[in-house]
Design a protein around this ligand. Structure first.
Ligand SMILES: C[S@@+](CC[C@H](N)C(=O)[O-])C[C@H]1O[C@@H](n2cnc3c(N)ncnc32)[C@H](O)[C@@H]1O
Length: 320
């Protein structure tokens, strides 16, 4: 039996991933943490859910720690343990990755409209606006062609025509909702993005500008405890579609299954873009030749896999 990855392994793996993404600064910081027993011990003082590399690095940056070189960042962390741990203890990984709306909208196109969208773990609600962004996969286009947000997704497999249903209601739930009109909240979203030539900060800025015109409603609440209450507000003549992307991993294992059962009990459609292997109810057979990092997540509608893809939703392999 293989043992679970250590905290050091997780930082080392994150260093490799974030370097590929175009952020040598965070790659070097993550490598520094991975090899430093004192800093690892500091991070281990935080609860398990807060020890994620992206959250650790974002909190250090948010507090004004030097971005590098590693010895300076290390010194800062060891000199400010209480400030760092306090902030880490009240923050959640809230990266709002607008690129995931491309796979989500491909699943949404299979739902008969009008639809009411309800996202759990919505962060700032940028994922509630798939129809306000333009999407393109090779020469297939859907969504809003004139939007400042234009997203591209590489799809291996057949797409056919993509037509989005009308979205007549949308709302999100989050343990700590962020407001696209708050400079502080947008600053936190920016702090969560790896610094460097990744293009993600510019995309976030464009999505925030689209959302700020008509901010999506995101309520403070739990993905399970508050779902039924919020769902009851959706118009009866619309198809309720519950969306979860990159969120269920933050629920304890038992709560994940309860969430799936709850959504089924609501009679709602359910679109998920979650880590492969996370949910018993979303089995998937990998297409031949799919690379490991392009099968990180599974796009599913009502638990039936439609595709696998990378963590950000930019490369998909349809599963039939
Ligand atoms: C990694 S973010 C993903 C945000 C968004 N779904 C996306 O894909 O861009 C996860 C979000 O889930 C929220 N969250 C975590 N646990 C939650 C829970 N039990 N109920 C509601 N929201 C939760 C966090 O606050 C965070 O904003």
């Amino acid at each position: 039996m293989t043992s679970p990855p250590t905290l050091s392994d997780r930082f080392a793996a994150y260093a490799d991933a974030v370097l590929l993404e175009g952020s040598p600064a965070w790659a070097s910081a993550a490598r520094g943490v991975a090899a430093d027993a004192e800093v690892l011990a500091l991070v281990e003082r935080a609860e398990e859910a807060r020890r994620q590399p992206v959250l650790v690095l974002a909190v250090a940056r948010w507090l004004g720690a030097p971005p590098g070189p590693w010895p300076e960042l290390r010194r800062w962390l060891l000199d400010h343990p209480d400030r760092f741990l306090d902030e880490l203890g009240r923050r959640l990984t809230q990266t709002n990755d607008v690129r995931r709306t491309s796979p989500v909208s491909l699943a949404l196109a299979r739902v008969e409209g009008p639809v009411a969208l309800l996202e759990v773990g919505a962060s700032a609600g940028l994922g509630l606006l798939p129809d306000r962004y333009g999407h393109r996969a090779d020469d297939v286009r859907w969504g809003a062609p004139d939007s400042p947000v234009q997203l591209e997704v590489v799809v291996h497999g057949d797409l056919g025509e993509v037509r989005l249903p009308e979205v007549v209601w949308r709302a999100g739930l989050d343990l700590d909702p962020l407001d696209v009109r708050s400079a502080e909240d947008v600053g936190w979203l920016e702090a969560l993005l790896p610094p460097g030539a990744t293009g993600r900060a510019a995309l976030l800025g464009q999505a925030v500008s689209v959302a700020a015109d008509a901010p999506p409603r995101v309520e403070r609440g739990d993905a399970l405890d508050d779902l039924v209450r919020l769902a009851a507000e959706a118009p009866r003549d619309a198809t309720l579609v519950v969306v979860s992307t990159g969120t269920l991993v933050y629920l304890p294992g038992r709560r994940r299954q309860e969430f799936v059962d709850l959504v089924r009990g609501l009679g709602a459609r359910w679109i998920s873009y979650e880590r492969r292997g996370l949910l018993h109810d979303v089995p998937v057979v990998l297409p031949d030749g799919v690379p490991q990092d392009e099968s990180f997540a599974v796009l599913a509608l009502d638990g039936r896999a439609l595709a696998v893809g990378d963590a950000h939703g930019t490369r998909l392999w349809t599963t039939g």
